[in-house]
Design a protein around this ligand. Sequence first.
Ligand SMILES: [Fe+2]
Length: 267
Amino acid sequence: MAARMKFIHITDLHLVDPFEDLWGINPYRRLDACLTDIETSHADAEFCVISGDLADRGEPDAYRALRKRLQGFPVPTLLMLGNHDDRAAFIKTFPDAPLDDNGFVQHEHRAGGHVFLCLDTLKGEGSSGTLCEARRAWLSQRLAAAGDMPVCIFMHHPPFDIELPYMDRLKLEDPDTFEEALGTKSNIRHIFFGHVHRPVYVNWKGIPCTALPALCHQVPLRRETVISRYSDEPPMYAVVDVFEDRFVVNADCFMHRQDCKMPPNKS
Ligand SMILES: [Fe+2]
């Protein structure tokens, strides 16, 4: 069965100055390699979502570098904010970014018979996330407007633990209020999240949820297995194929794809 459509999920760029490294990694080169791979293999994707932590410290230069790199990128790209971002600096560099009525970077997109809601969980202090009353009201309104259409939610901070204490104390605050904002909707097909810098699948209250490694540094599952604070594990982006009866999320280690050795010819 042919996919109804496909889209791309990328998360946690942590861009700094294009000539600077972060934790021994050059985030801009990683972004460039990722977008180049998508241009080569998935230029027909309906859209691409980057789910927050676009910059590492909200640097205007990082946003400018991102804007410049996205010029000419063939896949329409939806940008979201994470705890490392600066909302004002982002909006200054992306003045055409869609905002909700309260100035939060929250937006809705419709494609392939689905509604895609991108949330702004940036708190502005600390590393945990929040969805204040105004942002939750927007979410409830958009869910009501979606009616019976299937809905996907993108959010930087997950509203649940992933059994990684280092990250679990930094998740979305007040997850109960987020759940209340979802109401009794049963047409939420998937939640895509970032922030945890790991490939994770969670089934949360019956809703499938997936995260990806960052494009930059990762958070080791077992902290004691590395001597550094973070780990250098393969970055990935995800290709999401949407069918009538299923969502298929394929994570691709685009920088670690190498030929295997050909087996010896036994003939
Ligand atoms: Fe991050």
